[in-house]
Design a protein around this ligand. Structure first.
Ligand code: DAH
Length: 355
């Protein structure tokens, strides 16, 4: 028994004196490791009489637990101290002047700013909504009835819900911002909603997180001609050249009629030139806001009409600036950012050119 007390004291002293996590782990191995001192003492139990075992068994277990608890407590203490030291030494003075900045604006940020410039010139303002949405805003109010197959097409990330709470999703598109805006604002409404969106999908042209810009116009007497005019002006301004477009009928639950807009393009070697050419490429979805969506937001479809559109920002950035793989955009590779990034001090504007 005195052995046990002495062993405990020995390790307690060593643990108290351990100056870092590596030393502490060496002590743990020496005491409790497979070939450690305490483990060896426990192996000795096999040779003891039953009466001895009754006493020594619990005593050795107690020794093992005591040492393990001391190590655990010391570990927490050392980790806290390491964190405090890191927090104290790794400081950054945010008030220092930038000098010549070496960072660049990410192409997605650049393209979102270009879009905001173009649409604000047409009288749109920027609206935002949360990345974590509820089913009502992401689906139901957008005229996706419960159980509707279109919900599956979105490869939704569902979140585990708290007791008694409505299930939440990572928004699969920026369209829920339409709903929030119509519920909170009186028409006339003219907004774009840029932001992050999420779908469970990953390959050369899909990433689980991507970016969209949603557009919404609500007023009296709005028709398809307004939609076409706005979007045609937008693409020519965005690609900074005349762009020929076509509208193809399509289906979205939240618009009726719905369309996809294609732009003319041609291949020039590996590069894609948008504007003219023999081929068509789809770049956005759009349509007249469905009466059910207006009603879900408390608007009377007899009084108000509107149009909406939605497009993928990352893909437009790839097309405009010639980046081949979507996944590179989010790999945080500084060489890629230095090559494709934009000067943060040159803000996009219509007067001197967007980029
Ligand atoms: N929410 C659609 C999507 O993620 C994009 C879209 C299509 C938005 C048509 C619209 C629209 O507002 O009218 O695929």
């Amino acid at each position: 028994m005195s052995d046990i007390a002495a062993t405990k004291d020995k390790y307690a002293a060593q643990i108290a004196g351990a100056e870092d996590l590596r030393v502490l782990d060496d002590i743990r191995v020496a005491a409790l490791g497979k070939k450690g001192e305490v483990s060896k003492m426990m192996q000795g139990l096999g040779k003891m009489s039953i009466d001895e075992k009754k006493v020594m068994g619990p005593a050795l277990n107690g020794l093992k637990n005591d040492i393990a608890a001391l190590i655990e407590a010391k570990k927490t203490e050392l980790e806290d101290a390491a964190l405090d030291a890191a927090l104290a030494s790794e400081t950054m003075d945010m008030t220092l002047p930038v000098g010549s900045p070496s960072g660049t604006l990410h192409p997605v940020q650049q393209v979102m700013e270009e879009m905001a410039v173009i649409f604000s010139d047409m009288g749109f303002s920027v609206a935002e909504g949360p990345d974590i949405e509820d089913d009502f805003h992401n689906f139901t109010a957008l005229n996706f009835p419960p159980g509707h197959p279109a919900r599956d097409m979105h490869d939704t990330f569902f979140m585990t819900s708290q007791e008694g709470e409505e299930p939440k999703v990572l928004r699969t598109h920026t369209s829920p911002v339409q709903i929030r805006t119509m519920i909170n604002q009186k028409p006339p409404i003219r907004i774009i909603a840029p932001g992050r969106t999420y779908r469970c999908d990953s390959d050369q042209t899909h990433t689980p997180m991507f970016h969209q810009v949603e557009g919404l116009v609500i007023d009296k007497g709005i028709h398809m001609g307004h939609l076409k005019g706005v979007l045609m002006d937008f693409v020519s301004a965005f690609f900074e050249t005349d762009v020929d477009v076509q509208f193809r009928p399509h289906h979205f639950p939240f618009t009726e009629p719905s369309a996809e807009m294609d732009v003319r393009y041609e291949r020039d070697g590996a590069a894609i030139k948008i504007g003219q050419g023999e081929s068509w490429m789809e770049i956005l979805g759009c349509g007249m806001v469905h009466p059910n969506v207006l009603r879900a937001c408390g608007l009377d479809p007899e009084e108000y009409q509107g149009f909406a559109f939605g497009m993928g920002v990352d893909r437009l950035a790839m097309l405009k600036y010639g980046m081949p793989d979507l996944r590179d955009m989010f790999a945080a590779d500084t060489r890629w950012l230095a090559h494709y990034g934009f000067d943060p001090l040159l803000q996009a504007n219509l007067a001197s050119g967007l980029s």
